[in-house]
Design a binder for this molecule. Structure first.
Ligand code: NDP
Length: 280
């Protein structure tokens, strides 16, 4: 028997990147998965990737829609229950840095950008948690939220609303974890550093080629990423699977696992250490 045999998982934002890799990993290890996102074509690709990995077609449900819409959230829950009969795991992964419509950065970004960023990265997670809660209580299930090291404590000048949204999400994870643990539901989160996905295309407006060049360059800067490379989605999917697996992580409640290749442990001064000593 595989790790997730008989488990049913909803993975939001699984038409690409980390969510897609998570759907593939969980489904390859026995889970029935609902994959979802706005892009129907990429969801079909996701389904084909799963089938190509040997996942039975009957174990995959595709739901197309915008996760910030209440009707889509309701449909996700209902159609998962209709097809698979229960929900064991909710991975709240859909998220993005929403580019400012007027191209502004820092504290000049518009309030509209702020609302859209919070709607996707925080509010949709709260709403999905509320809607999945009674079903997860029945199965004694797991919630894994996907945050970011952008949540702090380092400042994030270019995309302040994204980073404060993820900081809010971290506190929601802790709060929901304590609120829901009496019902047998565990809530935890993963905070990735740089991961080579479609994230840069969305939040930085880069083409696929430029996005790859961006991740290659960044990954090679050891003063930015001590590990020496940007993560691939599978690196994060494995951490998500660990937190979604009660056997593996039963006693972890309301925690955030940082998977960032050491990025958040270094300070700018470290990059100048040797030169500074020569200067004195
Ligand atoms: P991708 O852009 O590759 O994937 C994002 C996924 O979210 C896509 O499947 C996208 O689907 C979905 N999504 C975005 N907006 C919506 C929406 N309104 N409704 C439904 N689905 C939506 O990025 P990642 O895989 O990197 O991002 C996954 C998570 O990881 C996010 O929460 C992100 O904040 C977080 N993260 C990523 C990091 C990175 O460096 N990549 C670093 C730290 C955190 P579609 O376009 O089909 O709607």
């Amino acid at each position: 028997m595989s790790r997730f045999t008989d488990k049913v998982a909803i993975i939001t934002g699984s038409s690409n990147g980390i969510g897609q890799a998570t759907a593939r990993l969980l489904a390859s290890e026995g889970a029935k998965v609902t994959v979802t996102g706005r892009n129907a074509e990429r969801l079909e690709e996701t389904k084909n990737i799963l089938l190509g990995a040997g996942v039975p077609e009957g174990n995959v449900l595709v739901v197309v829609g915008d996760i910030t819409q209440e009707s889509v959230q309701e449909n996700l829950i209902k159609s998962t229950l209709d097809k698979f009969g229960k929900i064991d795991i909710l991975v709240n992964n859909a998220g993005a840095g929403i580019p400012d419509a007027q191209g502004k950065s820092g504290v000049n970004q518009s309030i509209d950008t702020y609302h859209k960023t919070f709607e996707l990265n925080v509010q949709s997670v709260i709403e999905m948690t509320q809607k999945a809660r009674p079903h997860l209580a029945k199965t004694q299930g797991e919630i894994v939220n996907i945050s970011s090291i952008g949540a702090g404590p380092a400042a994030q000048v270019a995309s302040p609303y994204y980073s404060i949204a993820k900081a809010a999400l971290d506190q929601y994870t802790r709060t929901a974890a304590i609120d829901l643990v009496p019902e047998g539901i565990r809530v935890n989160s993963v905070s990735p550093g740089a991961v080579s996905t479609g994230f840069s295309a969305v939040s930085r407006g880069l083409t696929e080629e430029k996005s790859k060049a961006f991740y290659d360059y960044l990954g090679a800067q050891r003063e930015c990423i001590p590990r020496g490379f940007c993560a691939v989605p599978e690196d994060i999917a494995k951490v998500i699977a660990f937190l979604a697996d009660r056997n593996a992580s039963n006693y972890i409640i309301g925690q955030t696992i940082v998977a960032d290749g050491g990025t958040s442990l270094i300070l700018g001064a470290h990059a100048h250490g040797a030169k500074m000593m020569q200067a004195v």
